[in-house]
Design a protein around this ligand. Structure first.
Ligand SMILES: Cc1cc2nc3c(=O)[nH]c(=O)nc-3n(C[C@H](O)[C@H](O)[C@H](O)COP(=O)(O)OP(=O)(O)OC[C@H]3O[C@@H](n4cnc5c(N)ncnc54)[C@H](O)[C@@H]3O)c2cc1C
Ligand code: SF4
Length: 469
């Protein structure tokens, strides 16, 4: 702990976002990164607590050595701080941008927690700028070959570690670019795609082979000593109402993916919100990304429906620290909607009762209904609360129900009741040489959890390959 009074001298100060007026004109990065002095001040707020909850199971799933690198950053040893960070964090340029920073909620400074995520991003981007990040080519090769199916964060993290451990790794990806939801899902303003391609290029230089546009099945993978399935949990929850198949009703991930594909190739997206009344079903983070994207595309109006009640604005008594606080968050997309429309786009305790379509099966409006809890706590529609909203584009962001069926069929696997490939014994091993990791194993989660799970699977595979030498 470099500065004993840091947390009393400096208030918490996060990297700001660019102003709404400016950022709504483009898909460029939201964050404005702060320089060395503000970062050192923020790092000096870390108290090096006797029990650092930030790096425990309550906080960072990667168990990043947060107090150690904050201390080095404060003292000006940026390269050493970065080395300490990279001991446990495979890709801080991703987590530094999109992690919800579980560590900060678990910080002993509570709602004034240290800005670890911004500090992390500062360290890795400084590393890239100063040329400290170079390909780390393994000194020896084990002679073992591992196939990773899926190149999202779990696939990338496992490939990275397996390669460092000397195994020859091939990553198979169905899409035209690697990255999984980092590339096609999370919008460019939250995570610039240049950051993903920079990391993929680095991994290629380090010896990882990427095979894109390839839906891998067991017949392609017979020559490998181990196969790790990292296919994600991409089966979206559907709406059980009439006209759910109407033109203009679209799931969130295909919509967001197409927005990114169009952005990267400089063309108009096939599904675009321009001039349309947009209704987003789902009040979570994916829904928020749809709000931000539709606003940038120039929608006429945006509404976001959420079934659950609004969470309290401050930490509630039933959310004991250091657990994640369930409080009302107003994310970038919602802030932008408030800027454009003058009010929060979210309507709580409300769902879709009906979708109306014209004679060509194109969506024209949506009838919403309020939900209320009965004596048993069950949510049911409130009679007479129906409301019709104009709608030309409905984006369904109502969550995910497990991994997609094509990979299950190809590998002759059966998912559990929650659509996961989660081995009963809690390991990552599905069969003799078959393993699973990331959202495919745990259900839809977070980038940082997918990274941690990919690394855990890599360690298990490495131990197995060494035992079978
Ligand atoms: C819109 C959206 C925004 C999100 N934003 C955030 C955020 O801000 N912060 C955060 O922490 N989390 C966020 N998440 C969650 C996070 O992105 C996921 O938890 C994480 O990406 C899961 O990683 P994964 O590697 O398990 O799977 P994925 O990222 O889903 O990657 C799986 C990959 O496997 C490929 N694949 C599947 N089957 C095959 C096959 N047979 N052959 C070849 N390839 C195959 C798929 O094409 C895909 O590229 C978001 C999720 C969504 C949907
Ligand atoms: S990865 Fe997330 S939880 Fe871990 S230190 Fe970084 S911001 Fe915190």
């Amino acid at each position: 702990m470099g500065k004993t009074t840091g947390f009393m001298e400096y208030p918490r100060a996060e990297d700001p976002f660019r102003g709404e007026k400016e950022r709504l004109n483009d898909f460029e990065e939201l964050h404005v990164r702060q320089g060395r002095t503000p970062r050192r001040e923020q790092a000096s707020r870390c108290m090096n607590c006797g029990v650092p909850f930030c790096q425990s199971d309550y906080g960072c799933p990667l168990h990043n050595l947060i107090p150690e690198w904050n201390d080095l950053l404060y003292k000006g040893f940026e390269k050493e701080a970065l080395e300490r960070l990279l001991e446990t964090a495979p890709f801080p340029e991703f987590t530094g941008r999109v992690c919800p920073a579980l560590c900060e909620k678990a910080c002993n400074l509570a709602s004034d927690g240290v800005t670890n995520r911004d500090n992390e991003l500062y360290l890795i981007e400084t590393g890239f700028e100063k040329g400290w990040i170079r390909p780390r080519i393994p000194a020896f090769r084990s002679g073992k070959r591992v196939a990773v199916v899926g190149s999202g964060p779990s696939g990338l993290a496992s490939a990275d570690l397996l390669n460092r451990l000397g195994h020859s790794v091939s990553v198979f990806e169905r899409a035209d670019r690697p990255g999984g939801l980092l590339t096609y899902g999370i919008p460019n303003m939250k995570l610039p795609k240049s950051a993903v391609s920079r990391r993929v290029s680095l991994m290629e230089e380090e010896g990882v082979r990427f095979v894109t546009d390839t839906e891998a099945g067991p017949e392609d993978l017979e020559d490998f000593d181990a196969v790790l399935l990292c296919g994600g949990a991409r089966k979206a929850r559907a709406l059980n109402v009439s006209h759910a198949d109407a033109e203009g009703v679209c799931f969130a991930v295909p919509y967001l993916s197409e927005a990114t594909r169009a952005l990267l190739s400089g063309r108009e997206p096939a599904v675009c919100a321009r001039g349309k009344h947009v209704v987003v079903v789902g009040g979570g983070d994916t829904g928020n990304d749809c709000v931000g994207t539709a606003l940038r595309q120039g929608c006429a109006s945006i509404t976001q429906l959420e079934m659950m009640p609004a969470p309290p604005e401050s930490r509630a008594k039933n959310n004991p620290w250091p657990e994640w606080p369930r409080t009302l968050r107003t994310d970038y997309g919602q802030l932008e909607a408030i800027f454009v429309q003058g009010s929060d786009p979210r309507i709580y305790e409300t769902t879709v009762k009906e979708i109306a379509a014209d004679d060509q099966n194109r969506v024209t409006s949506v009838v919403t209904v309020r939900l209320e809890r009965d004596a048993q706590g069950k949510l049911s529609p409130k009679a007479g609360s129906e409301r019709e909203l104009p709608c030309d584009l409905m984006l369904i962001a109502a969550g995910f129900v497990g991994c997609d069926e094509s990979t299950l069929r190809r590998f002759a696997l059966t998912a559990d009741a929650r659509g996961r490939l989660l081995p009963q014994d809690g390991t990552h091993r599905l069969g003799e040489k078959l393993f699973s990791a990331g959202d495919m194993r745990t259900g839809q989660s977070l980038v940082v959890r997918a990274l941690a799970d990919g690394r855990a699977a890599a360690r298990e595979i490495d131990a197995r390959l060494k035992a079978n030498k």
